[in-house]
Each structure stands twice: as structure tokens, then as C-alpha cells.
Write a protein that binds this ligand. Structure first.
Ligand SMILES: C[S@@+](CC[C@H](N)C(=O)[O-])C[C@H]1O[C@@H](n2cnc3c(N)ncnc32)[C@H](O)[C@@H]1O
Length: 259
């Protein structure tokens, strides 16, 4: 008996298209589609290779439902490790910045988890800024458009307690090795970190000390291979860095503190 529009049918279509987590994906599609026609269209779009989060328009991140539009970087589960550390380091009422915010997932979590947090987020991509405004501003934060620190209010200088910057860090030559979902559906500016992957991180580290409060922290995600170079970049900027890794999350982060 055919079950083309039910769970089994959806799982079968996703599996045939090569989706490894077909059951979980089917659940997300079924819970989002308003009816059988929309479900059919969503399964078709997913089967054609569009990222699941772009098909349904949202991602689950640290317990929040984060809206993600087409052309906006999909927040990765491993980034919950970075954001968890940011939450742990932020005091109640902390001034927090989510630089290179994409959908604004980190900023939204800081607002949800840190009592009285003042959150400012920014990104250079207009599509990301539009999306982040829907995730961050209803929770009480502000989102700005522009290059790194340039659009942030000047009065934040020297007052930032927690600066989260999940910047692009894929070396240019490795972009072609990424899964097609990222390569074909996330803009290059969201992925490409230059020759060694650390170009944007270098710029962030160079300016961070001006914005951090004494004792404030800059937190970035990196790859295990880049960790030593990232540490050197942070030290050269006058920060005191340490690397934290998690096998569970398959994540490496650098936490750099302004002395
Ligand atoms: C790897 S994505 C991370 C997005 C988000 N922080 C997250 O974790 O989901 C990097 C983001 O940096 C932004 N970006 C790249 N270069 C930038 C720049 N010079 N200034 C501001 N944002 C930039 C991209 O548009 C993209 O949204």
C-alpha cells in the first residue's frame, strides 16, 4: 500500500535522494508543512539538494527555533559548543556582541540564557541581517549591517564582556571539498577565510582589544588544524588565549581574554 504523503513515504523519498538522517528530516518536514501539497514541494526541494533548514525555513539551535532564509549560513550544531561557553562566561547584564552573526543564532541564545544581557549583532550580508533581525530583535537585541565592527555603536568600545565571532574559516582551496549543500547554497562570503582560513579572524583579533572590557572574552570557532595559528594570532593581538575542544561536539574553539 502506498504511503507517499505519510511518514514512511517521505522517509523513502528522502532516503532514495541520499539523505542520511531521513527519519529526523521527515519529522521536521511533516511538522512544518501546512498541507500535503506543501509537503510534497518541500520533499522535492530537499531531494534536489537544498539544505533542510532552507527548505523548512528554520534550524533547531541550542533549544531555540532559529529562522534561516535561503542564502543565509545554516547554524551548525557544533557551534552550540562555542555559544555554550559564551553563555557560561557572560555575567548577568553583560554587553555581548555576535559578530558575523549570520542568522543571529548566537545572539538569540545569549538573550535567552543570560539574564539582562545587552546583545548587539552584525553581519555584512543583507540577507543575513534581515534574518538575524527576526531572530534577535524580538528577543531584545539589535542587529546592524556592515563590515565587522564598523556598524556597531561607538559607545560599546571598551565595554564588551563577551564577543562571539563565528567568522568564515575555511581555507579558500578547501571550499571545493565542502558538501554540496554548503558549497552550492551558502554564499562564499560565509565560508571563505582566505588562504589559510584565518584572514577574517586576524582582522577580528586586531580590533577586538579596543572593544573588549578589561577581562572581557573573544570566542571563535576554528578547526583543530588551525588552532595553533589561531592562538598565535590572538596572542599577537595582546589577548590571552586558550583552546578548548570537544569530541562530543566535534568542535574546537579559542577563548581569548583581554588582560
Ligand atoms: C560561518 S558564518 C557564521 C554565521 C553565524 N555566526 C553562525 O554561527 O551561524 C560567517 C558569517 O560571517 C559573515 N561575514 C563574512 N565576512 C564578514 C565581514 N567582513 N563583516 C561582517 N560579517 C562578515 C557572513 O556573511 C556569514 O554570515
Amino acid at each position: 500500500m502506498s504511503d507517499a504523503g505519510g511518514v514512511t513515504g517521505v522517509v523513502e523519498r528522502l532516503r532514495a535522494a541520499g539523505c542520511v538522517f531521513a527519519e529526523e528530516e521527515a519529522e521536521m518536514l511533516l511538522s512544518t508543512a501546512a498541507g500535503p501539497d506543501e509537503l510534497d514541494l518541500m520533499v522535492e526541494r530537499r531531494a534536489s539538494g537544498l539544505p533542510l533548514e532552507h527548505v523548512v525555513g528554520w534550524a533547531s539551535f541550542a533549544g531555540l527555533r532559529i529562522e534561516v532564509d535561503g542564502g543565509v549560513f545554516v547554524p551548525r550544531r557544533r557551534t552550540e559548543f562555542l555559544v555554550g561557553h559564551a553563555v557560561d562566561l557572560a555575567r548577568p547584564g553583560a554587553v555581548c556582541v555576535d559578530l558575523c552573526c549570520g542568522s543571529g543564532a548566537a545572539g538569540a541564545v545569549l538573550l535567552a540564557e543570560v539574564e539582562g544581557a545587552e546583545v548587539h549583532a552584525s553581519d555584512i550580508e543583507p540577507a543575513a541581517v534581515r534574518c538575524a533581525r527576526r531572530n534577535v530583535e524580538p528577543r531584545g537585541g539589535r542587529v546592524y549591517e556592515g563590515d565587522l565592527f564598523a556598524p556597531l555603536p561607538r559607545e560599546l568600545r571598551g565595554r564588551v564582556g563577551v564577543l562571539v565571532a563565528n567568522v568564515p574559516y575555511v581555507p579558500t582551496e578547501e571550499i571545493g571539498l565542502l558538501p554540496p549543500e554548503a558549497r552550492d547554497h551558502e554564499p562564499l562570503v560565509t565560508l571563505d577565510g582566505g588562504a589559510d582560513g584565518l584572514d577574517v579572524l586576524r582582522r577580528v583579533a586586531g580590533e577586538a582589544p579596543e572593544w573588549l572590557a578589561p577581562g572581557g572574552h573573544l570566542l571563535v570557532e576554528t578547526s583543530e588544524r588551525q588552532a595553533d595559528s589561531a592562538l598565535a594570532v590572538m596572542s599577537a593581538a595582546g589577548l590571552t588565549p586558550r583552546v578548548v575542544t570537544s569530541e562530543e561536539w566535534w568542535a574546537t574553539i579559542v577563548v581569548a581574554t583581554r588582560p
